[in-house]
Design a protein around this ligand. Structure first.
Ligand code: PRX
Length: 659
């Protein structure tokens, strides 16, 4: 580091708040603080402002129908089509030649889709889906890498009113099968493979293994040929079709967008919860699209002329809302990248930002921590002056990482939005608005306009500033999940039971996050308070990992907790009891790791597998996870007096610390 750098770091280390630069405010989409009052005074009618960003086939007459709480409906009697809103209308508005998607493959090969190109491909794939037998309301599963065919397939589904269920390509074959079974999905769109750090990966093999475990008949699968000559030569079966051949047969076909009711399902997205079964979060057409378009405009400050890049994977909600639906609804150019940030070099992301002159960049704290570790020479070797705004999502960002991002990527001239939200919320909920709010590193900011969020204690009373409590949302919002797929009961149990009072008809949404608030109403998110881990910004259930581990031969019992990790935020610690007759050896450790990779995917791979004779349990037989977490973190241990077997704690601790 130069002397200047040292001086800069010292100055920034002291600074606790930052105002958005005047150059940004001058051009921002939202700059008047009165928006907060306007939304709260006119709630719920304020949400027409979001709905007005869309084109409706028939106008809605009510904004919010709350006659059957908590099954809220938004813009309920309006009709619209999401693909029409994300594609056709931009073509009709004279913007057919504007770039919709800029795709960068891992090897540097690129593809550019104008809105006209996207219109053509979405229509042709919609015609293809119809030929395969897909009808309105059939769930179509996508298990695809980051290639343009993924958003094309999503939008083609939206065009014909078939909800999609995208399964992250890094998830295992088992995870694919579980999700297809749960959604009774008879159609799969997948790919032969993709590139990771220079290697061609065989994705079709995994998809095939998943299909083998689907309990019902799968009517058709479509396979994109991503690898060409690098492919693995798999034969397609009678119900498996090559994407290009199907598309060739439908060149020039047009399919009229289906009028969908605002409350019709747009997609399902499976996410982790406290039980072993992933939850099918249901999002609808009108509220979700209005909410993602509105937050993309007000929080990400997107405008049609922008080149915008969200480095998430479309397999997660961030990619759905802020690579595909929000930006395309606004007519922005959205960048998609297939590979990893460190291939071929650690400057790959900065190279892409420079190459496409990206205006707004949205990423995750786990990535920022890796960039910090790699050093400033990588961003410093690129011209990042096109950037106007930076964003983060997925996990808490510590002030040091925030300041690094602000200085070395934003060069002190881009505001940062630290956006708290979830798969279930559909879009951003707690964040500063970049043209208005003072930023405080480490704190996401106030609830967005129209979002009534508070931080309460276990009794539901507001906590004082500075005290830790639980984040709750007291009023519905358009982007919210409507239910868990075919499981209304679990929907109520998981999100509403804790703080609602059905007697007084007060319904409160509980996201299962701990948080605190300061005197200015800024919220700092402290992390999940349920058994959900956040590993590199990826949401994983401890129960899912445990059930993968106990499925391994030789394992009797397992407890999984999260331990602090410099880069990943949290890492998976697995405490395992072996069955009698099985050695606690390297072979078993490897089988356990493989069991987790096969059951969920490599992202859930345990950082450490700790064999133990027993797990610390209370007298009533409950595993004391808190102690296991403290051990993983090398923290001083709390009270062990309620344990049935306190002696085991020292033994486990010695194993983890290596003493
Ligand atoms: O714990 C919160 C954390 O991520 C969880 C939601 O995960 P998922 O549904 O996978 O969606 C991630 C992308 C929206 C939340 O319950 N989280 C998300 N954003 C933040 C965050 N924690 C702290 N700060 C954030 N900005």
């Amino acid at each position: 580091m130069t002397d200047d750098d040292v001086e800069l770091e010292a100055r920034l280390a002291e600074q606790e708040s930052f105002d958005p630069p005047a150059s940004f405010v001058d051009q921002a989409n939202v700059t008047d603080e009165a928006i907060y009052d306007e939304f709260s005074e006119n709630w719920p009618e304020c949400w027409t402002r979001a709905a007005d960003l869309l084109s409706w086939d028939s106008e809605y007459s009510t904004v919010l129908d709350d006659s059957d709480e908590p099954f809220y409906e938004w813009f309920a009697d309006g009709d619209l089509n999401a693909a029409y809103n994300c594609v056709d209308r931009h073509v009709e508005d004279g913007n057919k030649n504007r770039v919709a998607i800029k795709w960068e493959g891992e090897h540097g090969n690129t593809r550019t889709y104008t809105y006209q190109d996207l219109y053509r491909e979405v229509n042709e794939f919609a015609a293809t889906l119809q030929e395969l037998g897909v009808k309105e309301n059939d769930v179509v599963t996508m298990y695809m890498p980051m290639i343009p065919e993924l958003p094309i397939a999503m939008l083609a589904c939206a065009r014909i009113g078939a909800p999609h269920s995208v399964v992250f390509a890094g998830f295992s074959a088992d995870a694919l099968a579980t999700r297809m079974n749960s959604a009774d999905s008879e159609y799969l769109i997948t790919a032969d493979g993709y590139y990771r750090r220079g290697d061609a990966l065989d994705h079709f093999q995994k998809a095939q293994e998943g299909l083998d475990n689907v309990e019902h008949d799968v009517a058709a699968s479509v396979v994109v040929d991503r690898l060409g000559d690098d492919g693995f030569g798999h034969e397609l079966s009678e119900t498996q079709y090559d994407w290009d051949s199907l598309m060739d047969a439908h060149r020039g076909d047009r399919v009229a967008p289906v009028e969908r009711n605002a409350e019709d399902m747009l997609f399902l997205m499976y996410t982790s919860g406290t039980t072993g079964e992933p939850k099918g979060v249901k999002h609808t057409t009108g509220g979700y699209l209005a909410y993602t378009a509105w937050t993309a405009q007000s929080v990400l400050d997107l405008e049609p002329g922008d080149t915008y890049w969200c480095s998430a994977d479309i397999g997660w909600i961030t990619g759905h809302s802020y690579i595909v639906y929000g930006p395309l609804a606004l007519g922005t150019t959205t960048v998609m990248y297939e590979g990893t940030p460190d291939y071929p070099e650690r400057d790959r992301l900065w190279d892409i930002i420079e190459k496409y002159a990206v205006d707004v960049f949205y990423t995750a704290p786990t990535a920022i921590r890796a960039f910090m570790k790699w050093g400033t020479e990588y961003p410093d070797s690129h011209d990042l002056s096109s950037l106007r705004l930076l964003g983060t999502v997925g996990e808490p960002i510590n002030p040091r990482a925030w300041k690094w991002y602000y200085t070395h990527i934003g060069h002190e001239s881009c505001p940062i939005v630290d956006t708290w939200w979830q798969t279930e919320t559909g879009g951003m909920m707690v964040t500063t608005l970049p043209g208005i709010g003072t930023m405080k590193p480490g704190s996401a900011g106030p609830p967005s306009p129209g979002i009534d969020a508070t931080i309460v204690d276990t009794a539901g009373e507001d906590v004082d500033a500075g005290r830790a409590g639980y984040l709750t949302v007291n009023k519905p919002w358009p982007g919210m999940l409507r239910t868990l797929y075919q499981n209304d009961e679990r929907f109520i149990d998981e999100y509403w039971e804790e703080y609602s009072d059905p007697d007084t008809d007060e319904w409160v949404y509980f996201p299962e996050d701990g948080a605190k608030i300061d005197d200015d109403g800024y919220m700092t998110i402290l992390g999940r308070v349920d058994d959900v881990l956040n590993v590199s910004g990826h949401r994983l259930g401890t129960m899912e990992i445990e059930s993968a581990i106990v499925g391994v031969n030789g394992v009797a019992e397992a407890a999984v907790v999260g331990g602090d990790h410099d880069l990943k935020g949290e890492a998976v610690y697995a405490y395992v009891i072996t069955e009698d007759g099985y050695a606690e050896d390297e072979d078993l450790r490897e089988s356990i790791i493989k069991g987790v990779e096969d059951g969920i995917g490599p992202i859930a791979r345990p950082e450490q597998v700790i064999f133990t004779e027993e797990l610390p349990k209370t007298r009533s037989g409950k595993i004391m996870r808190r102690l296991l977490e403290e051990i993983a973190n090398g923290e001083e241990l709390g009270d062990t007096t309620t344990l049935r077997n306190p002696e085991i704690v020292d033994e486990i601790e010695a194993k983890v610390s290596g003493d």
